[in-house]
Design a protein around this ligand. Sequence first.
Ligand code: CAA
Length: 261
Amino acid sequence: FGDKKYEHILTSTPVPKVALVTLNRPKALNALCTPLIKELNEALQAADADPTIGAIVLTGSEKSFAAGADIKEMKDKTVTSVLNENFIEEWGNMANIKKPIIAAVNGFALGGGCELAMMADIIYAGAKAKFGQPEIKLGVIPGAGGTQRLTRAIGLYRANHYILTGEMFTAQQAADWGLAAKVYEPAQLVDESVKAAAQIASYGQLAVQAAKASVHQSAEVGLRAGLEFERVRFHGLFGTHDQKEGMAAFAEKREPNFKNE
Ligand code: CAA
C-alpha cells in the first residue's frame, strides 16, 4: 500500500499501521466518477492485503468529502447502459474490505458521498460537514445503499424525510442520530481519525476483524442467527496467540504484544 500514484486519490501512511486515502478531485468537489471509484477500490484492496496495515482512514477535502456520483458522467446513461455495465455495482466493493475503515467527513457528503461514508465502519464528522441524499432532485433515488444504510442508521421516518425532500443535515444532527460517532473541529478531523485508526490497529487484527464482521452481521440476519455468528467468532479467537497474550498481559499488569496470529 502507498507507493502507487493515482489520478483522483492520494494515499499515504501518516503513522505506522494506518492507511490514509484522500479523495482528490477538487474541481468537482470529489464527485465520484468511475475512474475514481476504480482507484479507490484498488487502494482499499491494497491496504486490506498489506499485513503492515491495521486500519484505514478515508477522507476528502475540508470543503467536500464527496458531492456524490458524477452527474455529468451519469446524465446521458440509459437504462440499457446502466443495466449492461451494472452501474454502481463496483461501489459496493468497499463494503467487502475486512479491515476497519473510518470515514473522516468534512464538508459535503451528498448522495453517493453520503453512501460512501456509510460503507465505512465509523464516521467522524468535521463540525461543518453537510450530509444528504439529494438524488430525488435529479429524478432518481439513492443507488449505492442510501435507502438501506441511512434508514438503519437514523431510523425509518427521519430517513424518509431526508431522502424524499433531499434536504441536507448537519454534523451535529448526524451525531445526535447515531450516524457520526464523533464531531471534531474541521482542522483536527483527519488527525483525530488517524489517532483512532492507530488505536484500532494496535490491537490483535484477528479480533478486530472478527468484531467488524460480527457487528456487520447484525444488519444481515435476525438476533438469534447474529448471536450465533458472534459466538462462533468469539470462540474461534480462543485458538489465537493474541487471546492468550491479551489475557496474560492483563493478569501480569503489562502491555500486550499482539502478533495477529
Ligand atoms: N457531479 C459532477 N460535478 C459536480 C458534482 C457532482 N455530483 N457536484 C459538484 N460538481 C461540480 C460542479 O458542477 C462544479 O463544476 P464547474 O465548476 O465545472 O461548474 C464544481 O463541482 C463546483 O460545484 P458548485 O459550483 O455547484 O459548488 P457550490 O459550492 O455552489 O455547491 C454543492 C456545492 C451543493 C455540493 C453542489 O455542487 C451540488 O448540489 N452538487 C450535486 C450534489 C448531488 O446532487 N449529489 C448526488 C449525485 S447523484 C448520486 O450520488 C447517485 C447515487 O446515489 C450514487
